[in-house]
Design a protein. Sequence first.
Length: 216
Amino acid sequence: MPSEGVVRTGLVLSREPVGERFLKIALLCAEEGVAVCLLRVVMSKKTPASSLPDLFDQAEARLGASSENGARFASDYRVLRRAEGLGSDYARLVPACRLAGVVARNPVPLGSAAAVYALCVEASRAFAGRPRPDVTLFKALWQLARGEGFPVCEHWRRGLALSRQAEVGSVLRQPLDAQTTPPGTVSFLTRELECWLQTHCHFILPPKYPAGEDLA
């Protein structure tokens, strides 16, 4: 664990109120993976939303060491870059939250922390400003699995029907602004990949998607 008062640059994966004075945030850092800590904030109706941590903020904070009860505190929170556009576009926000939830719930090995951080920074920019956020989610999960050494190509992809294997190849090969795979197909492939990650790689996933979404 880092020493008391170490400054980290990270990506906010989640935030939730704890009482009236704190937010619990999960901060993905290149040096140590996901750091969960408590940030003291002024929670009132007059507090501007822009001053509070938000999903995929690239921010700097001073992180303390864990206390005897396991709590770790953060201070001097400063936004370096905000993923503008996510909060006002549901189609972008949902897959962005999905990726953040997956990364936040699963341990990031120290040896992989820098690569996972870089992957999520790139994904956050794509979610906020590029087309096909559904494809960004699929590609990010694929890269996350490959980066951790899971046989996503050798086991998961080859276990699909030949037509589905071709769809996976098409999604991975085409850039975001030239995707031709229908959203329903990408949704189906993403769910199949998540199921494999959960069953074979013991990933902990966020709650299920809202009922009624098309599976293709």
